[in-house]
Design a protein around this ligand. Structure first.
Ligand SMILES: [Cu+2]
Length: 186
């Protein structure tokens, strides 16, 4: 049903706007896209990560096998895992899998697109683009806008998971800090 609603709203959009405002028109059907992508602003040479939501409105499971881009020396699909009580990040074996009709969130403390060795400084408002490579050969462009997360940390905890910790300012408890403080393994 989700699928049907999406198609209907898409048609409405085209009808109302009278323009090719429907993303699906490109492929003549539903297409995979990354919504609300953002990247933490960082100086050149540093590491940072892209977050967002991978939407898979198609009726087939997709696998993001790799990612590429020239914004950093290395661009990788990463996950966070707990090893010996410490959160570390590493390349995600098997890539990112998104079931048919579902979405996959890339968020601080979880899955993310890792940028190691930025080839240029990313200031708040800057846009970066990387390309996801899907099993089967399709690609999906990701456009992420840089945010200064140090000044807007509260907005990156939409679930309020940190609400119990307002008294303690141990920033190491923040998912974002944990991510950026973690060292890649292997
Ligand atoms: Cu990472």
């Amino acid at each position: 049903m989700k699928h049907m609603r999406w198609v209907v709203s898409c048609l409405l959009l085209v009808a109302v706007a009278g323009v090719a405002g429907c993303q699906a028109a490109d492929d003549g059907g539903d297409s995979v896209a990354v919504q609300d992508a953002f990247v933490k602003a960082m100086p050149q040479g540093e590491m940072t990560a892209i977050f967002g939501v991978i939407d898979n409105p198609t009726d087939e499971e997709i696998t993001v096998e790799s990612v590429s881009g020239d914004v950093a020396e290395r661009v990788e699909l990463h996950e966070m895992v707990t090893e010996n009580g410490t959160m570390v990040m590493r390349e995600r074996e098997g890539g990112f899998v998104v079931p048919a009709g579902e979405s996959l969130s890339l968020e601080p403390g979880g899955l993310h697109i890792m940028l190691i060795g930025l080839t240029r400084e990313l200031k708040a408002g800057d846009e970066v683009q990387v390309t996801l490579h899907l099993a089967g050969g399709d690609t999906v462009d990701v456009r992420a806008t840089a945010r200064d997360m140090a000044n807007a940390q509260e907005s990156y905890d939409p679930d309020g998971e940190g609400s119990g910790g307002h008294d303690q300012h141990g920033s190491s408890d923040e998912p974002t800090s944990a991510l950026l403080g973690a060292r890649p393994v292997r």
